[in-house]
Design a protein around this ligand. Structure first.
Ligand SMILES: C[S@@+](CC[C@H](N)C(=O)[O-])C[C@H]1O[C@@H](n2cnc3c(N)ncnc32)[C@H](O)[C@@H]1O
Length: 246
């Protein structure tokens, strides 16, 4: 079962779909290609039909709500560098994050990756100055043209059984030595009320060392928190990858 599903279902609209597809994958009804196709068949048309860049990134928020939740992603950015948003959709996160980080004294060079070619095209049209930096590919297997000091992802972009592989691949092949893999922002039940492992505990359980975290109270539901956490890639290691079998 998708880890932490019960804790997140109330807040993440895509969760019932992902749970259903994970179950179908586990019992052999569908293969992984179909898993991605079915997710894209729901997400891509909805984003393309939206009339503002937040909704074109899957968020029904106001600009203020967007800044409150996504603003957490600026916390792990502690220096200048190249930033890759995995699952960039309309590219709005890149746009806003560059501004937030500039206000904190850090200059980011933004890059985006999306599995949906139509959404990558949308981001390129919206952000022509960065069009050459928007890539198409599946984060799980993507071979990057360069490494990035900061890479942000969501674990839900791949089937539950491949999430550890996603973290390992991004750390090994996409994050630059000395760089940082950022996971989130996501909503999760707070530690006082939840049962089961948090997203961070799940990733730590795979053998990755969590370097830091940030959270904010949910704006409406007191049982929920917005959360982000991060893993550092060591400067001189070949890749901060957990040993097999952990
Ligand atoms: C909810 S949007 C996130 C938009 C933005 N990054 C943000 O944080 O607001 C998720 C995006 O991830 C993309 N995506 C999903 N699975 C992916 C994968 N395996 N590799 C790359 N992109 C993926 C989707 O097409 C979608 O555009």
């Amino acid at each position: 079962m998708r880890g932490g599903a019960a804790r997140r279902a109330r807040q993440e609209p895509a969760w019932p779909l992902l749970e259903r597809l994970d179950r179908a994958l586990e019992c052999g009804e569908i293969d992984e290609d179909r898993w991605y196709r079915e997710v894209a068949a729901v997400i891509t048309p909805a984003y393309l039909a939206a009339d503002n860049p937040r909704a074109q990134s899957g968020s029904e928020s106001t600009p203020e709500e967007w800044a409150y939740k996504r603003g957490l992603i600026a916390d792990p950015v502690d220096r200048d560098g190249a930033f890759l948003d995995v699952g960039c959709a309309s590219g709005y996160l890149l746009e806003t994050l560059v501004d937030w980080c500039r206000q904190r004294g850090h200059t980011l060079e933004p890059y985006g990756l999306d599995i949906a070619p139509e959404l990558a095209s949308l981001a390129r049209r919206r952000l022509p100055q960065w069009a050459e930096r928007i890539f198409v590919g599946n984060a799980l297997t993507w071979v990057p043209p360069r490494r990035f000091d900061f890479v942000r992802t969501g674990l839900e972009y791949v089937p539950a059984r491949r999430q550890r592989d996603l973290v390992a691949h991004l750390l090994q092949d996409v994050v630059a030595p000395g760089g940082r893999l950022i996971i989130g922002v996501y909503s999760e039940e707070n530690d006082a009320t939840h049962a089961g492992h948090s997203e961070e505990e799940r990733v730590a359980g795979w053998g990755f060392s969590i370097a830091g975290r940030a959270e904010r109270p949910h704006r409406v539901d007191a049982r929920l928190l917005y959360r982000v956490f991060w893993i550092n890639r060591e400067l001189d290691s070949p890749g901060a990858v957990a040993p097999e079998g952990v």
